[in-house]
Write a protein that binds this ligand. Structure first.
Ligand code: NAP
Length: 326
């Protein structure tokens, strides 16, 4: 095994969504020369950068009057961090050891694949959250064959087709509204009669002539061998079974935190989100800070993630200063 660092760094940032990149910008401007282990491209995005890589239009990030695309915001943040000296590794952390000092983080070398150990005095965890799936066998088989979690990535392929979106939150409505640019019809299938989404998104969806709703219904199966042919639905109130003929299905039912790496090392709540001290990003391990969706299941916004990334960097900087003077 290779060891990249004879002397530990000041800060390693794990993850490159708005939280991680904001932490990197602040840490770089504080002369802490952060290493950002940014993750890898995924099946739904050709760049790391978290969930915003899958977001079509962001209208509520302050400072952008006309809104901007998620990937553009992430690419700007990455360039800003780079400008101040943040270093990036496009690879995924495979394990960590926070039980002794310096803190240790392992990740494969992006070019050789050989596992490399990185050492640091402080670590900022910003690994975010991921899309939840329905858990149907057909869903996995038909992923990228009509089943998707990303309208921005795949909407174009469903031009003129009938599409279903599963879920009743802001993500589902945002996906549905975006998909009306391509689809002939967009049917939102929701397991209750009330939407969870914000009022403004509800108003937009209700006003859109291409959007229909199927209430109180769950998907029991997705029909189709090599491509989606429709959804088998069950009304949870009446028990009635029905079939919705669609060729595209977008699953938008929420997220789970990416915290598997930290099991047994960092405190988590019952849902697996990292626990931080009130009004702070400190975790139960001194020198390890957590920010963004990995520790926030309440707000989960790009701007709140960015704000907590800023907090994590300031917390890390102060902690490093105090550690040096101890
Ligand atoms: P969410 O708010 O947790 O909504 C998930 C939706 O999926 C809920 O309606 C839920 O139903 C449904 N659901 C969950 N599990 C299901 C299952 N197994 N089968 C069927 N339906 C299921 O998640 P989200 O929409 O991803 O939003 C997450 C956060 O990001 C929210 O705070 C949201 O406001 C924010 N967000 C904001 C924007 C924006 O401002 N543009 C865009 C996207 C997301 P129930 O309602 O019955 O629980």
């Amino acid at each position: 095994m290779n060891s990249s660092a004879l002397s530990p760094r000041d800060v390693i940032v794990i993850g490159s969504g708005p939280a991680g990149l904001t932490a990197a910008i602040y840490a770089a401007r504080a002369n802490l020369s952060p290493l950002v282990i940014e993750g890898e491209p995924s099946s739904t995005s050709d760049q790391p950068g978290g969930q915003l890589m899958l977001t079509s239009e962001i209208e509520n990030f302050p400072g952008f009057v006309e809104g901007l695309a998620g990937p553009e915001l992430m690419s700007n943040m990455r360039a800003q961090a780079t400008r101040f000296g943040a270093e990036f590794l496009t690879t995924k952390v495979t394990r960590v050891d926070f039980s002794s000092r310096p803190l240790r983080v392992w990740a494969p070398d992006p070019s050789t694949g050989e596992e490399v150990e990185h050492q640091s005095r402080a670590v900022i965890v910003s690994t975010g959250a991921r899309s939840l799936m329905l858990g149907l066998p057909a869903e996995e088989r038909l992923l990228s064959r009509g089943v998707s979690t990303c309208a921005t990535c795949d909407g174009f392929f469903f031009r003129g087709q009938d599409i279903a979106v599963i879920g009743g939150g802001d993500s589902a409505l945002e996906e549905a509204l975006f998909l009306t640019k391509f689809g002939e019809t967009v049917t939102i299938v929701h397991r209750r009669k009330e939407l969870r989404a914000s009022k403004i998104m509800q108003d937009r969806a209700f006003k859109n002539p291409k959007i229909r709703f199927v209430w109180d219904s769950v998907v029991t199966d997705i029909a189709g061998g090599s491509k989606v042919e429709g959804l088998h639905l069950r009304n949870v109130v009446t028990g009635e079974e029905s079939f919705l003929p669609v060729t595209g299905v977008f699953v938008a039912i929420g997220h789970a935190p990416n915290t598997d790496l930290f099991v047994g090392q960092l405190d988590m709540d019952a849902a697996g989100y990292l626990v931080t001290a009130p009004d702070s990003t400190t975790t139960n391990v001194p020198g390890v800070f957590a920010c963004g969706d990995v520790q926030d299941h309440t707000y989960r916004q790009a701007i709140t993630a960015a704000g907590s990334g800023c907090m994590a960097s300031i917390d890390a900087e102060r902690w490093l200063e105090a550690a040096l003077t101890d």
